[in-house]
Design a protein around this ligand. Structure first.
Ligand code: MN
Length: 425
């Protein structure tokens, strides 16, 4: 008998004072969300997203997971408009739901979704190293895919915390979706970047190979992240597909034959395996389906319209901002359009100009400026700042020629011609 066994662990880490990660781990749904946004925003965003997905999947079944994530996006946006103190909050989310009877020949599948840079890995029986199943929606991942930086550079790049897709930012969110067959021996790990920024795939693999119990493996991974620095909140959910009798008290899920496949002829289109932004709600179990009424649909439709209108304002606000950062190579100061990563989410940030100022030439203060950038109202202002930073660095490095001009001015003003000696004195 195929059973699912699972466990989870989370920790605030060694540096931060609040844990803005959220997770869920139950018989049919496993989820990690990494909230961000000033003050308590991040915590609220990840909690709202988690509650929304847990609620909808609980009511409608695992098949609606991608739609549930879209609704979580709407819920986060709506909340951030209700409470100005929460403006700009957002969250990543990766989740797996058990879906009955939608695989080949009516088998069960694991439906995986992802938005942002939290990750889901899989370690199959014969794998030598974990495989990342999800694709990061982050600036460095995008640069890496474009061949502009290497994987090693991405690990330490100053812009590595910048994400390009999140819940709570845009009225329409594209949800990456995969359907994965249940394969005995597969081990899945869902985690926030607090794990992957601290330990590499080798360490993750080693822990997954050496610790059998899912809850213990999750706890050990969190310990490793903290031991490596623990600079961020870290959350890990481990899910095992095993062939065994259920073990009492450890939360296994046994998987009986799919329940009564509903109208097999009425569903010609299977769910997309790549993108779910248009996947319709298609719960396959008869009881949940009856709850997905036109009233729910009308409510959700109205919510989407509301969110679309308000998000237009956020769109303008987020794009009407420029600041200085570092190019993919990590050497040159460039101008970004968008909002910096701390406090609010970036809005598909992109480089709009190079400045010619080299990072290596900056003073210590100049470098700190890049870590905590000033947001400007125009590209020209950001470019001006770059010029000032560049001039500041040149002044420090320059030869005395830059200090001579003031000296040439002084004699003409403070040294009048000496009076002629008085005749006959
Ligand atoms: Mn994080």
């Amino acid at each position: 008998m195929t059973v699912l066994r699972y466990g989870a662990a989370t920790d605030v880490g060694e540096v931060r004072t609040e844990n803005q990660d959220a997770f869920h781990s139950s018989a049919h749904l496993w989820l990690v969300a990494d909230g961000m946004g000033g003050h308590r925003g991040g915590e609220v965003a990840s909690a709202i997203a988690t509650e929304t997905v847990v609620g909808l999947v609980g009511a409608e079944g695992g098949a609606v997971l991608p739609v549930a994530v879209e609704q979580a996006n709407a819920a986060v946006i709506t909340k951030s408009f209700e409470d100005p103190g929460l403006a700009g909050m957002g969250t990543t989310l990766t989740a797996i739901a058990l879906v009955r009877g939608e695989g080949a020949d009516g088998t069960d599948v694991l439906r995986l979704v992802n938005v942002g840079d939290s990750r889901t890995y899989r370690l199959a029986t014969n794998d030598t190293v974990v495989e990342q199943v999800t694709v990061d929606h982050s600036l460095v991942a995008q640069w890496e895919r474009e061949g502009r930086i290497t994987a090693d550079q991405a690990l330490t790049h100053p812009q590595r915390n910048v994400i390009t897709r999140a819940l709570g930012v845009d009225a329409v969110v594209e949800v990456d979706t995969w359907d994965l067959p249940l394969v005995t021996g597969d081990r899945y790990v869902l985690c926030s970047d607090g794990l992957t920024n601290e330990v590499d795939d080798t360490v993750i693999t080693e822990v997954l190979r050496s610790v059998t119990e899912p809850a213990d493996a999750a706890a050990e991974l969190v310990r490793r992240a903290n031991a490596a620095g623990g600079r961020d909140n870290v959350t890990v959910v481990v899910l095992d597909v095993v062939d065994a009798a259920p073990v009492p008290g450890t939360g296994p899920v046994d998987l009986p034959a799919p329940v009564d496949p509903v109208d097999p002829a009425g569903d010609p289109t299977g769910p997309s395996s790549t993108s779910a932004s248009t996947t319709p709600a298609r719960p396959e179990e008869s009881v949940p389906r009856s709850r997905f009424t036109w009233r729910v649909a009308a409510f959700l439709g109205a919510l989407v319209v509301l969110v679309a209108v308000t998000a237009g304002g956020v769109w303008l606000w987020a794009r009407n901002a420029w600041f200085l950062g570092v190019d993919p190579g990590g050497t040159e100061v460039v101008v970004f359009q968008g909002r910096p990563p701390e406090g609010v989410l970036w809005f598909e940030p992109r480089e709009v100009a190079v400045t010619g100022v080299q990072v290596d030439d900056l003073s210590e203060l100049g470098r700190r400026t890049l870590d905590d950038p000033v947001v400007w109202g125009s590209q020209a202002e950001a470019e001006d700042q770059a010029r000032r930073l560049g001039e500041g660095s040149r002044r420090v490095l320059a030869s005395p020629t830059t200090t001579t001009p003031p000296l040439t001015v002084v004699p003409t003003t403070v040294l009048p011609p000496a009076p002629a000696p008085a005749p006959g004195a």
